[in-house]
Design a protein around this ligand. Structure first.
Ligand SMILES: Nc1nc2c(ncn2[C@@H]2O[C@H](COP(=O)(O)OP(=O)(O)O)[C@@H](O)[C@H]2O)c(=O)[nH]1
Ligand SMILES: [Mg+2]
Ligand SMILES: [Zn+2]
Length: 301
């Protein structure tokens, strides 16, 4: 009889599993658990649910992969598709007054999230800083993205404001944490659950690869409920070859206007009677969004 566990992290051929009673367990995986899948999706990754049995020695054996809700695929250092994490319900995009938001990056995140699919949540951290209220670029970011319908939560990892509300949004969900370096992701994890840093140490001890554990994805169980995936490798979180449908989901306001373009396959570049370009010219559509759209459309499959 096999039990069900969740993959906390993977390094090389080895997995750390979290069992139903919350214990951490070292394991190895049987080869090609998901035979019908392309090669980069066959091995279990952070967030996967697997069946396992006790092995001969200290390590358990992952024997089967449960069907995935979704899997985050991104290019590896050689540009080949690689699976980063699986079964993601929600993605928290952390932004702050410092470093100031990069709208191109935000649009890549939002399109990748729509393609997963998962629910996006913008987390505006460092709301204790005076710049949060006074920085014009940050104000413009807030009004642009909340105007497009994306939910936004103001928090301070340092002072604790909004952290209870954030904890509530994480309950019962598997959430992935992304955002530019320096926006406060590590600080947020500490604020959400101060005991987690202890558990990170526990993980390093189990894996015996302390250095490794800072660069690969990890699934953390929050004491207040829910799982949080911290994935330092997801810094450049962009959709891997978006489809036309992914682009439409990532840019709903452009998709809505595109229905009025003269050509049904209008790319909103130099075509005549383009409702999208008309909307930009009339100030009803943000030019930065169309720029992001064109940048992603170049990789469109
Ligand atoms: N004022 C203020 N500073 C913060 C807050 N959260 C993080 N920081 C600071 O921002 C810097 C980067 O934080 P860190 O958590 O390492 O960001 P990460 O790179 O996204 O993991 C550190 O100096 C933190 O002390 C906050 O809520 N308010
Ligand atoms: Mg960090
Ligand atoms: Zn058009």
């Amino acid at each position: 009889m096999s039990d069900l566990a969740r993959v906390v992290t993977r390094f090389g051929a080895e997995l750390i599993l979290r069992t139903a009673d919350g214990a951490l367990l070292r394991a190895v995986s049987r080869r090609n658990l998901a035979k019908g899948e392309p090669p980069h999706l066959r091995a279990p990754v952070c967030g996967d649910r697997v069946r396992y049995t006790a092995g001969d020695g200290a390590k358990a054996i992952a024997t089967a992969l449960e069907p995935r809700r979704n899997v985050l695929v991104r290019p590896d250092h050689r540009g080949r598709p690689t699976a980063g994490a699986a079964n993601i319900d929600q993605v928290l995009i952390v932004i702050a007054a410092q470093p100031t938001p990069d709208w191109g990056m935000l649009d890549r995140y939002l399109t990748a999230i729509a393609a997963l699919p998962a629910a996006p949540l913008l987390v505006l951290n460092k709301c204790d800083l005076p710049e949060t209220a006074s920085n014009p670029l940050l104000r413009a970011t807030q009004s642009l993205y909340t105007g497009l319908g994306y939910p936004l939560l103001c928090v301070s990892a340092l002072h604790g404001a909004g952290i209870d509300a954030l904890r509530e949004r994480l309950q019962g969900q598997t959430s992935l944490l992304v955002g530019q370096s320096g926006v406060g992701k590590s600080s947020l994890i500490r604020a959400l659950d101060p005991a987690l840093s202890v558990r990170v140490g526990e993980l390093s001890a189990i894996s015996g690869e302390g250095r490794h554990t800072t660069t690969v994805a990890h699934l953390y169980a929050l004491a207040s409920g829910g799982d949080l995936i911290d994935s330092p490798g997801v810094r450049d979180f962009a959709p891997y070859q978006p489809s036309a449908d992914d682009l439409a989901a990532g840019f709903p306001e452009i998709a809505a206007r595109a229905r009025e373009c003269r050509f049904h396959d209008c790319r909103h570049l130099a075509e005549p009677d383009c409702a999208v370009k008309d909307a930009v010219d009339a100030g009803r559509l943000a030019p930065t969004r169309l720029r992001s759209y064109h940048a992603l459309a170049r990789n469109c499959v």
